[in-house]
Design a protein around this ligand. Structure first.
Ligand code: UTP
Length: 290
């Protein structure tokens, strides 16, 4: 079955990025000239997704406004002959069919994904974490969808994380299948000792899930931080029949972390067709003073 639906959870509190996120959703923080979530939506669309459900909560109305038409602004741009910008602004609302639902209580990523049940129905669907921007020629979400189409199982995006960082992530038991594709049969969330580490591969940012995840989530007890963790439900998937892991290509930026936001801004600005060159010159002058 073709994967055409995607869910973007964007209802977290973003406490690691306070005070910026007191009233501004972290998913709307700007990277150069676009909010983070627009990069994520564009990746989904390039991967063949047509319908996108964004999970929001109180105070995140500006996410809906960003993907809506904006008649007054469009009129002004058109009256003043700013055709390029007019097209860019209108095109945002045409990227996909957008749907929104509120997660009424911030009970964790697993709970947020479970809010997508009626949108998803009985189809496989992609999940793109709202604070993980991945930039690459081959969209990460599409790489996972191709693996789903080939193996017919839930697929998680995986990356090797540094040894001293694994305790902040999940650790996967992996058996290579081909190239960058693995079978994942078990996992440990936030391993505390070296003995608990199954591998340095961790689940990051993207997955394609089969709809049986919803029954599993219904039966998943609150885990770390008292929240319903998506990774706990994924462990059940991994242990019962396996789950595919794709070591995706592309550079991931964590917009839930202040250093990640700075890295995204610098690296994406350097690739920008108009700003890249002048920004590079500016950086060189700064670097020479360090
Ligand atoms: P995080 O755990 O990184 O988000 O979730 P957070 O809770 O905002 O992080 P802190 O407070 O800085 O530690 C990853 C993604 O899941 C969403 C977030 O918006 C983020 O995009 N999320 C998380 C939800 O939609 N609902 C939740 O209850 C938790």
């Amino acid at each position: 079955m073709k994967v055409t639906k995607a869910v973007i959870p964007a209802a977290g509190l973003g406490t690691r990025v306070l005070p910026a996120t007191k009233s501004m959703p972290k998913e709307m923080l700007t990277i150069v000239d676009k909010p983070a979530i627009q990069y994520i939506v564009e990746e989904a669309v390039k991967s063949g997704i047509t319908d996108i459900l964004i999970i929001t909560n109180r105070g995140k109305g500006i996410i809906e406004d960003h993907f809506d038409r904006s008649p007054e602004l469009e009129q002004r741009l058109s009256d003043t002959g700013k055709t390029d910008m007019y097209n860019q602004v209108v095109d945002i609302s045409r990227l996909a069919n957008f749907y929104f639902i509120r997660q009424k209580e911030t009970k964790g990523l697993g709970h947020a994904v479970n809010c997508a049940r009626s949108f998803v129905g009985n189809e496989p669907f992609a999940v793109l974490y709202g604070d993980d921007v991945i930039i690459g020629d081959d969209p990460a979400c599409g790489q996972l969808i191709r693996a789903y189409e080939k193996f017919g199982k839930s697929v998680v995006g995986i990356k090797s994380v540094p040894e001293d960082a694994i305790s902040k992530y999940s650790s996967l038991k992996v058996d290579p299948i081909e190239n960058n594709i693995f079978n994942c049969t078990d996992m440990v969330e936030k391993p505390r000792t070296k003995e608990e580490v199954l591998s340095y591969y961790s689940i990051l940012g993207r997955c394609v899930l089969t709809p049986d995840i919803f029954d599993i989530l219904d039966n998943t007890e609150p885990g770390a931080g008292g929240e319903i963790q998506l990774t706990d439900a994924m462990r059940t998937l991994a242990r019962g029949g396996g789950m595919i892991g794709v070591d995706f290509t592309g550079k991931r930026y964590d917009m839930g972390d202040k250093l990640g936001i700075l890295q995204a801004t610098v690296e994406i600005a350097l690739k920008n067709p108009t700003l890249g060159e002048p920004f590079k010159e500016y950086l060189k002058t700064i670097v020479s003073t360090l």
